[in-house]
Design a protein around this ligand. Sequence first.
Ligand code: G
Ligand code: G
Ligand code: MN
Length: 339
Amino acid sequence: CAAGRVEHARALGERVMQAFTQPFRLDGREFFLTLSIGVCRFPHDGADISALLVNAENAMFLAKRNGRNNYQVYLHDLNSASAERLEMETALRHAVTRNELVLHYQPSVDIAAGRITAVEALVRWAHPVRGMVAPDKFIPLADETGLIGEIGHWVLLEACAQTRRWHDAGLGGLKVSVNVSAVQFRQCDLTQIVAEALARTGLPPWCLDLEITETVLMQDADATIATLLALKAMGVCISVDDFGTGYSSLAYLKRFPIDTLKIDKSFMGDVVCDGHNAAIVRTVIALAKNLDLESIAEGVETEAQVDFLRAEGCDRLQGYYFSKPLPAQKLAEFVRAGA
Ligand code: G
Ligand code: G
Ligand code: MN
């Protein structure tokens, strides 16, 4: 825009967004299109076409990260943020081949059995410079860049292989839960990758549990049911992770072939002083029972919480009270000590 002012760039962005709010008609059908627009200004943001395109693209990436269907105007400090992101992305591309990913395992205790019957695999990235990077710092980036395909594949294989080694070493029947992101769940080869991991490692399918989020259940329910049925047909278990934090339709819950509800750790806070969370946790445990599902409480940190959850009839407990996530070697020692 000629005057090169930010307000003019914004006005232009608004006009283009506005033009796309109406559906397009093609062959008598209506199509809705969404846009992610990056805007930058000449000569303010670049002296030549290639510099302008780079900066416009950076602004567009920001629009995509802001949930898409919006526009962003390039601002100078965007550069350092996107440079850092690019550096992370480049490093993450090599993380699998350079063996920088590791799995830690957090045990959960089955109340009826009175012992550890399962573990949850939680990935960490041993970054060469930054040290151990937590999954919430790189899984979203892996989702955005498509790298989740390769990472998720590695996690599944490694978790199945490790659990099979534990079975062979005398911890027979131990189950493993693997987190599957919404993006990974939608990839068309998920069932194939799961089948391959089971075949290659010889882990019995009922010892593998896939944790999906409520978001997965609510987006495209028909496709979700088809994928879940294919996984169930293989004998794999399905858990809904972070239950209660998203938007599950209770009417839908019955339609999904799921086995377990994992009650989110954010509800454990005041359960013992019978605050709002106590009512929520009690209700979710009852809901699970009525739908014939297993319930697990996450984030259990105190004995008082254990007593409450036991009294309410929760099936399984996981949290720092029992153990934080442990490296594979330590996990085996921990299970043996408790057995
Ligand atoms: O322990 P913790 O910081 O490990 O995990 C933080 C979050 O990262 C959790 O919400 C967990 O679901 C997620 N997470 C951990 N490991 C994996 C993984 O292998 N794949 C996916 N998609 N998410 C994971
Ligand atoms: O979303 P997901 O449920 O997969 O998350 C597991 C996360 O919860 C991991 O980051 C794990 O380290 C963390 N976690 C496990 N047990 C506890 C606990 O008792 N308290 C808290 N605050 N976090 C926990
Ligand atoms: Mn989980």
